[in-house]
Design a protein around this ligand. Sequence first.
Ligand code: CO
Length: 144
Amino acid sequence: MTDAAVASTSVEARSIHHVGVAVEDLDAAVATYERLFGGRLEHRERVEDQGVEAASMRLGESRVELLAALGEDTPVGRFLAKRGPGVHHIAYAVDDVGAALADLHAAGAELIDEQPRLGMFGLEVAFVHPESTHGVLSEVVSGG
Ligand code: CO
């Protein structure tokens, strides 16, 4: 529950895979990242059962994942209602999401996903609760 309760793990993040940003208008957000930062649309995907439409923007070697809610009663919809548009999560590239989850669990981190799951764009992902990571929802990702 508290940060102090989390022991060390052997997880070694390779890089920040992407920063997730919750947006009100996906088309407008894609255009903004193209226009202001030279971003290039890498993927766009609508996932009905997660209530989200996402656009992965490539910016040099980095990515920003723009997330728009498909309805108010969805995870991103609730985030937008509570906090407004802004940074939603940070995703760390790891070699093995399953091994990272087991390690994080053993260390006392609060997991949102107990098992790796197929995320957007064919990636294997899992989320760690923001209470374990100083207020920012964290994602571990592999496969891209
Ligand atoms: Co993400």
